[in-house]
Design a protein around this ligand. Structure first.
Ligand code: GRF
Length: 201
């Protein structure tokens, strides 16, 4: 299975996928990495693994629609079976969604449907929840609203700061991402009215 991974930052989730796909039995290979900005650690990680990269920066395009067209074509050029948003901080447009519907997933650092958006761990901490976690979900036109593929919970500790909680979430998030994408690659998946099942069942 061919993976394209989209990143905006440090790319630790990308790194976990790159490491996993070094083993041929994993079932998925990162064939390209795309970013919405240059000079980020995620792109450097890809280059280190000799994985091709592309940058689609919104300000470089006259309209959001043209950016969406470029992003769509750039991904399509690598013939992906699955596209993973791993800390990609942009909402894709309708063309991208239509092209990759059911094949575009995002990892979010909260237990959806609670705490969508940019600051999941901070919002969870402020709310006072005792369990936080990460969600892998398909992307639809909403913000973190698509069908849920997998979730993992971690405890919130009394002395947590946003940083310590985020770090605990990210350890579990990376493991979940690698495990779930591997299973999707090896076993396939079905979606029926938001119910996602892994395997060919
Ligand atoms: C992840 O926690 C993801 O859920 C959030 O941004 C973080 C990206 O981390 N949207 P990294 O760039 O993979 O290290």
């Amino acid at each position: 299975v061919r993976l394209v991974v989209l990143v905006s930052g440090s790319g630790s989730n990308l790194q976990a996928l790159l490491d996993a796909s070094a083993d041929p039995s994993y079932g998925a290979t990162v064939v390209a990495v795309g970013a919405d900005r240059p000079d980020i650690e995620g792109l450097a990680r890809a280059a280190k693994h000799e994985v091709p990269t592309f940058v689609a920066a919104v300000p470089s395009f006259p309209t959001r629609d043209e950016w969406d067209a470029f992003l769509t074509a750039s991904c399509a050029g690598f013939a992906p079976d699955l596209i993973v948003s791993a800390g990609f901080m942009k909402l894709v447009g309708p063309r991208f969604l239509a092209s990759f519907e059911g094949r575009y997933v995002n990892t979010h650092n909260a237990l959806l449907p609670a705490f969508p958006g940019m600051h999941g761990p901070r919002d969870a901490l402020a709310y006072g929840v005792k369990l936080a976690g990460a969600t892998l979900h398909f992307v639809d036109s909403g913000v973190d609203t698509g069908a849920i593929i997998a979730q993992v919970a971690v405890p919130v500790l009394d002395d947590d700061t946003e940083e310590t909680l985020l770090e605990r979430i990210k350890v579990a998030e990376r493991r979940q991402l690698v495990d779930t994408v591997g299973r999707m690659a090896r076993e396939g998946w079905t979606v029926n009215e938001r119910k996602v099942r892994l395997g060919r069942g």
